[in-house]
Ligand binder design. Sequence first.
Ligand SMILES: Nc1ncnc2c1ncn2[C@@H]1O[C@H](COP(=O)(O)OP(=O)(O)OP(=O)(O)O)[C@@H](O)[C@H]1O
Length: 248
Amino acid sequence: MPSNALIEVNKLEKKYGDNEVLKEIDGVVEPGQVICVIGPSGSGKSTFLRCLNLLEQPTAGHVMFEGKDTQSFTEDELTTMRERMGMVFQNFNLFPNMTVLENLKLAPIRVKHMSDAEAGEKALNLLKRVGLGEKADVYPASLSGGQQQRVAIARALAMDPEVLLFDEPTSALDPEMVGEVLAVMKELAEEGMTMVVVTHEMGFAREVADQVWFMADGYILEKNEPNELFNHPQNERTQDFISKIIGN
Ligand SMILES: Nc1ncnc2c1ncn2[C@@H]1O[C@H](COP(=O)(O)OP(=O)(O)OP(=O)(O)O)[C@@H](O)[C@H]1O
């Protein structure tokens, strides 16, 4: 395997009963890369993402993290790996009964054993970074969806992750809020954050991704640089998908 792979997936398979959702998936994520995973609804994109941090247990195949096979991980090693892979969900998943600041401080205090003051300072800096320095003491419900998602990104960053996994981070947002979240993600990409992003935002994939992976029926049918994949798709299914979303 390439020595610089952060994540490597070999012959990954996932079944739910008889439903084969992921089939023979191979892929490498290198440090600093932004991978966008695109494809039709139900093609297995979210399941693939959740297999990367073993929120879903693969049925077969291997997920390697920093060259180590996660299958051989103890529970403690798995927990550590998940802490190093931040995840941002479609529906933000903030704790509603905690203020924005408390949401951000929780994991650094509990998991990294940071002092309250240290975690608070870090949280405030991260909130400023996502443009929400003024919102530290409010509750998530008083924020717009776009603001809540930016808080969720800041919360993931509070653990200093090695990689961020995004599961359709803008799909639950009103259209006018999509841009503010994508702008934060683009900034992170420019700062060198390694990211795997399941998305329907083709403009973002085209502009920000180093590689776009096209999934259909549980296979990754095509991987390429965005310009190649969008302008010269090789696989018939990719051509069909792209002509449907871009052609009209
Ligand atoms: N926990 C589960 N139990 C059973 N089947 C599941 C589960 N999670 C996903 N599936 C099935 O796996 C298939 C792929 O789902 P997945 O959510 O990964 O697709 P997707 O490409 O992310 O779709 P979308 O773009 O609509 O979110 C679907 O047929 C879905 O019904």
